[in-house]
Structure formats: C-alpha cells, structure tokens
Design a protein around this ligand. Sequence first.
Ligand SMILES: Nc1ncnc2c1ncn2[C@@H]1O[C@H](COP(=O)(O)OP(=O)(O)OP(=O)(O)O)[C@@H](O)[C@H]1O
Length: 250
Amino acid sequence: MSILLDLSGLSVRRNGRAVIEGVDLRIGAGEFVGLLGPNGAGKTTLLRGALGLLPATGHSSLVAMGQALRARAVAFMPQGRDIAWPMPVEALVALGRIAHPGAAGDADRAAIERAIAALQLEPLRHRPATRLSGGEQARVLIARALAQETPLLLADEPIAGLDPAAQIQVMRLFAGLAGQGGAVLASLHDLGLAARHCTRLVMLHQGRIAADGSPEQVLTADNLACVFGIRAHLSQGADGLLFQPLDTMT
Ligand SMILES: Nc1ncnc2c1ncn2[C@@H]1O[C@H](COP(=O)(O)OP(=O)(O)OP(=O)(O)O)[C@@H](O)[C@H]1O
C-alpha cells in the first residue's frame, strides 16, 4: 500500500498551549479515514498542521515535500465556507485546477466537468456562488477540491450542513475515491455515517489519538464514554453498521 500521508510526532501549539501532541498517523492508498473527536479535540488543528497551514513540530510528509509538489499531492476542503466573490459556480470549481499549469486544456475541462457531475451541480453551474444556500456552497467547495484530482483529500467537516441525501452522496463519493486508489481524511461529527462509510476511524481526545482502527475497534462503549461522554449502541445490521447514540453519561 503506498503511503499518501505520514505524520510522526506532529505537535501544534496555539496561544502557547499544546493543542496537538505527538500525533503519529500514516494513511495509505485505499483508505477513507474518519477523524473523530468532540468539539475542541483538535481535528481542525491537526489537519491544518499536517498541511503546513499552522506552524507545527515533528514530521509531516506534506510539509516536507514543499509547496509545488503539495498542490498536486493533496486537496483541502476547509471548515470555513466563506466565498468572497460572486463568481459562477463553474469558475469557482475551475480554481481547483490552478496547480496544473496550462489551465483550460482538455484535461482541465474534463476534471472540472467530473467534479461538477459528482456533486450534482449542473443546475447551479452558471449561478453566482455567493447566492447559493450554505449546503449548496459546501458542495461547490467539495467540487473545487475534487477538481484538483490529487491522490489525497483532506476535508474538515465536509458534510456539516448538508441534507441527509447529500451527506450520504458525499460519503459514498469519498469511499469511491478511496476505492479507486486515493485516500481521504475527513473530520466528521456524524458517528453513524462515519461507521457506515469509513474504512478506518481515528478518534482524537485532547490533542492525542485515543483510538485508531476499524469502526468496530474504535466505536467501543469505553471510547464513546471516555472521549465523547455518551452511551451508544453499535450493531451489525443487514445494511451495514448501525450506530445509535442513546444518552449522555451525566
Ligand atoms: N485561533 C486559535 N487560537 C487559539 N486557540 C485556538 C484557536 N483555534 C482553536 N483553538 C483551540 O484549539 C483547540 C482545538 O481546536 P480545533 O478547532 O482544532 O478543534 P476541533 O476538534 O476541530 O473542534 P470542532 O469540532 O469544534 O470544530 C480548542 O481548544 C480551541 O479552543
């Protein structure tokens, strides 16, 4: 399995406080990894530190490769959905091709069309992106990241604010990217969708990895109680894993 992300001893401080501490994480081709953790656990900080968007100590293969190679190795969908300019949806998706010199060639056009089709944006393609709903804007930003056609995608809460059908479509899309030999690392709060669609889960707790493995290995009663403070039920149904939160521990 070729390794597309290699972090070792990655630590990030914010405001003088250690927010990510000594994270070791290797992600290989074929993996769709859900990055889980309660609010403030450090998911965004870990993603941004791995990308070199926040100063970090330790090793990140993405930082080590330098900016030019990185733009072809990884795409990033940030948590913030701010779209500043009223450019048409298809022009915004096309920005994903900036790392590929010779923009507007056939390969670029094809990549943009694939991304628009994957996120079902055809009816919106000529609309100014600033005049879309929050969920529609999220789909446009996922499409921009997909148009980059990198082997690795990092996505920070990509399905937040999407309706149930769009959430499932995006999770299937990411699983498909992994199935075709890419890799996806996505922070997620929906543990049910994470359990059903991710090949592997990484659970962060106070800046450290508390659990890393298959959904069954990670979503244990002990981990859910200790890290999330909830009681929940995980079972194997006819359609796959079913996760049901039941109550808080307090
Ligand atoms: N700009 C900042 N300056 C200082 N501390 C910050 C800053 N941004 C975040 N933090 C702190 O870093 C810690 C981790 O935040 P981070 O955003 O990485 O968490 P998260 O797991 O992504 O949370 P959420 O699920 O709420 O998005 C939190 O304690 C947060 O208060």
